[in-house]
Design a protein around this ligand. Structure first.
Ligand code: CTP
Length: 430
């Protein structure tokens, strides 16, 4: 951690030097802050290219953007007269990160629905680079269910957000909607780029999180109470430690952590498929509470109760179950794609360590973080008591480390420390 402002500044500069930022400036009063954003990014050694939307040009002039960026600014007019065919492909390809600031309700809606009707939106849909949005809009627009849906959709697509902040708005109202301040946007860019040097820098980590929902019919499912708090905290801590993180999450209320590629799934089979698509990884951490069973034959239509007078002698319906794939065991299986370190969780209601030791052996993973889930404890809580079981060697009994009660965020940080230690001692002995 830097211990002074100047050290923090030096760290930011080291992380941004030579990075290529494509900045999309959309229409909004906050567009004026982008001039300062361009200046700060350039001072830190980043190359900044800008697309100014038609609405954006109502708030800042192409000339001021161009002067600060020291690059021609891309507008629809320029793209039409020059290389309109390929500008939207090339701009995305040549960037390390795409930043939209201010991100208006309109551009968020277009991105969420894949609409590409100008240079900015065509570039956004063609770019396969990490994307960061700094929303700015009236509080009512931000809180509108359509905007909330679009934000959730974009997060599910792996887009990161910074802000909006709470405070007075241009219209004289107050509430969330103010664009994040320039230093916050710069810090978020650094985070998303994963440029932060850290103990897991250069490693790709897969994390599963949340429950799975297994459909019985269109309105009912088999699921569990997992909140996803622990898995999401681990994904965030790994990213914070410099790792390139893929988070595969079942349905949860948790927002996607900044700078983490997040894939949202519903069922165990979808979760396994998303994990397998993400391979190879260096480390896999299975924190999801995967449903062990699914309905053998989910119905296309809602299952109805027998009507009064008919079929009452049939009694309650029975549900045939089929076993779900075990994601942790699948990832732990020997083979060229096996991660170097596979870590599972064990949710136990009794004999925590004995059951966890049996799970470690049965699943073939390297570590198990065991916790007690008796009487609804842990699921949804902010704290956890972990017993870490590791395998000292083939055939040996697992070693157990008992951690004191701590927050799920602290568990995540401690786990990252343990991973960093074991990987660095592996590197020394290699
Ligand atoms: N797990 C998984 N896929 C499954 C079931 C579990 O990847 N189909 C993973 C979980 O993410 C966790 C570990 O296996 O890391 C243990 O999960 P847990 O629910 O404690 O154990 P189960 O294998 O389901 O066994 P049981 O329910 O009998 O305790």
């Amino acid at each position: 951690m830097p211990n002074s402002e100047s050290e923090a500044g030096a760290e930011t500069a080291a992380q941004l030097r030579g990075r290529r930022v494509l900045l999309v400036i959309a229409g909004g009063i906050a567009a004026y802050k982008c001039l300062d954003l361009i200046r700060r990014l350039r001072e830190n050694g980043a190359h900044v290219r800008c697309i100014l939307t038609r609405a954006g040009a109502e708030f800042v002039t192409p000339l001021s953007v161009e002067t600060l960026a020291r690059q021609a600014v891309y507008t629809d007019t320029l793209a039409l007269t020059e290389d309109s065919e390929i500008a939207h492909i090339r701009l995305g390809q040549e960037a390390d990160i795409v930043v939209v600031a201010p991100a208006t309700a309109d551009i968020m809606a277009k991105m969420a629905h894949g609409i590409a009707d100008d240079l900015a939106t065509s570039t956004l849909i063609a770019a396969d680079k990490p994307t960061l949005l700094a929303p700015a809009m009236n509080t009512r627009m931000w809180r509108h269910p359509a905007t909330e849906r679009n934000r959730a959709r974009l997060e599910a697509d792996g887009v990161s957000f910074v802000g909006p902040n709470d405070g007075p708005l241009a219209e004289g109202e107050s509430g969330p909607g103010r664009m994040a301040e320039v230093p916050e946007i710069v810090a978020a860019i650094v985070d998303v780029l994963g440029a932060r040097a850290g103990p897991l820098a250069g490693l790709r980590v897969l994390v599963t999180s949340g429950p799975t929902y297994e459909p019985i019919d269109p309105v009912r499912f088999l699921g569990n109470r997992s909140s996803g708090k622990q898995g999401h905290a681990i994904a965030a801590a790994c990213a914070e430690a410099g790792a390139d993180v893929l988070l595969v999450s079942g349905p949860t209320q948790q927002p996607a952590p900044a700078g983490v590629e997040t894939v949202r799934v519903e069922t165990a089979e979808e979760m396994l498929a998303a994990c397998e698509r993400g391979l190879p990884v260096d480390i896999a951490i299975c924190a999801a509470a995967v449903s062990d069973w699914r309905a053998a034959a989910p119905q296309d239509q809602k299952i109805k109760k027998p009507r009064r007078g008919e079929g009452q002698d049939r009694g309650a319906p029975t549900l045939d179950l089929a076993e779900n794939p075990d994601i942790l065991a699948t990832l732990s299986a020997r083979g060229p794609k096996r991660p170097r370190l596979v870590i599972g969780f064990a949710a136990e209601t009794e004999d925590v360590e004995a059951n966890a030791a049996a799970k470690l052996a049965a699943k073939g993973c390297d570590w198990i973080l065991a916790n007690r889930v008796a009487e609804g404890a842990v699921f949804g809580d902010d704290e956890n008591v972990i017993h870490l079981l590791t395998r000292p060697g083939e055939g040996a009994a697992p070693a157990v480390e008992r951690w004191p009660r701590m927050s799920k965020a602290e568990v995540a940080v401690r786990l990252v420390q343990c991973i960093a230690e074991v990987l660095s001692s592996d590197a020394e002995t290699a």
